[in-house]
Design a protein around this ligand. Structure first.
Ligand code: CP
Length: 377
């Protein structure tokens, strides 16, 4: 419009005025779109310099079209395929961080993240702390032993007292299934489940699937074996929901005494013999035997368990050459997996741990984003 006017104006002075108006308007448009792009990239944790590849630009374009709405991450059973993919896309953006000299983004500056751990943890707790730190949040570490829980204070009272001090995100691990959900209904802060009883361990499930996708490109059609103590495994449940939603075929493998109740209602195959199925597997996830959660003896001896269900060098010779070997940790070396296999060429166990950081940054970023949107509306 202004350009047309410019061409029609006869007076020299007016033409100059219009010309300056066009220049000013163009600079405004360029400045605004540049600012929007910078905001998007900062949200993703990527500086403009780092958005180099077409692949990353595609990821960001897709991400911008999807709006994450959950301020809590309680289970993978609840999530849609698109939500799972959105977490992976966001994590892929955050992975750029490990290559930067300054590994910090201002995304959670001024926010407080509490690690509320009622059970022991090495990987999950440290990984969440590091993720929160890289996003510039303040972090409070809570453990049952050093808190007033040892004097009888309940989970909800503990959380409400923490909330009174102005916390924003609670990362909770608890030995009771459903503890994270209960907490999410009792406080306003975002709640992230870091493992609740035998129920779910969503970020472990996410990092497992993310690791497989990075190795294989997709989950579609992969044959995945989850081996061992399925009955007591929250990791197995989160794995099952995420893997099957993304198109993998999951087989649970173990003795009948270590299968969970109502296993036939899960979207999986069952095998009581590792030797019967190992040749077909693209990925094997070896679970830890959770002696601390067992009432009686689910198998006659650890030697016998190892003989039938351990991932040994001899069994690996019958597996596909490129079968991925996974384990959520901590490992009972020599029981569920031989050391040479855990440390061997097929193992992605330490990649799982490394990928956990990007996944947890993505989860903290997304729940905070959903809470911010909720507060605005
Ligand atoms: N995989 C896992 O949850 O390990 P930690 O118990 O060390 O957190």
């Amino acid at each position: 419009m202004i350009l047309i006017r410019l061409l029609l104006v006869k007076s020299e002075a007016k033409r100059l005025d219009c010309f300056l108006l066009v220049i000013g308007y163009s600079l405004l448009v360029i400045g605004y779109s540049g600012r929007q792009k910078r905001i998007t990239n900062i949200q993703q944790g990527i500086s403009n310099k780092e958005v180099k590849s077409e692949r990353h630009r595609d990821v960001i374009r897709r991400n911008n079209k999807f709006i994450w709405k959950r301020k809590h991450l309680l289970s993978l059973r609840d999530l849609s395929r698109r939500e799972l993919e959105h977490i992976f896309e966001t994590a892929a953006g955050f992975e750029q961080f490990s290559t930067r000299s300054i590994k910090k983004a201002p995304t959670l500056r001024g926010k407080v993240v509490v690690n509320l751990f009622f059970e022991d943890s090495t990987r999950t707790r440290i990984s969440f702390s590091l993720a929160a730190s890289r996003l510039s949040a303040d972090i409070v570490d809570f453990t049952k032993k050093s808190s007033s829980v040892s004097k009888g204070e309940t989970l909800i009272d503990t959380a409400r007292n923490l909330e009174a001090m102005g916390i924003d995100i609670v990362v909770i691990r608890h030995n009771a299934g459903g503890a994270a959900k209960l907490l999410s209904r009792s406080i306003n802060a975002c709640v992230v489940n870091a493992g609740d009883g035998f129920n779910e361990h969503p970020t472990q499930g996410l990092l497992d699937v993310y690791t497989i996708i990075k190795e294989r490109g997709s989950m579609e059609g992969l044959k995945i074996g989850i081996v061992g103590d399925i009955a007591h495994s929250r990791v197995a449940r989160s794995n099952i929901w995420a893997m099957t939603k993304l198109g993998a075929e999951v087989t649970l493998i173990g003795p009948p005494t270590l299968m969970p109740p109502k296993v036939d209602q899960l979207p999986v195959n069952i095998s009581y013999s590792l030797d019967d199925v190992i040749e077909d597997l693209d990925v094997i996830n070896m679970l830890r035997i959770q002696f601390e959660r067992m009432g009686g003896n689910p198998f006659p001896s650890v030697r016998e368990y190892s003989h039938f269900f351990g991932l040994t060098v001899e069994r690996m010779q019958r597996a596909k050459d490129d079968m991925l070997v996974m384990h959520p940790g901590p490992i009972n070396r020599g029981l569920e997996i031989e050391s040479q296999v855990a440390d061997g060429k097929n193992s992605v166990i330490l990649d799982q741990v490394a990928n956990g950081l990007a996944i947890r940054m993505a989860v903290l970023f997304l729940v905070n984003q959903a809470a911010a949107a909720e507060n605005k509306s």
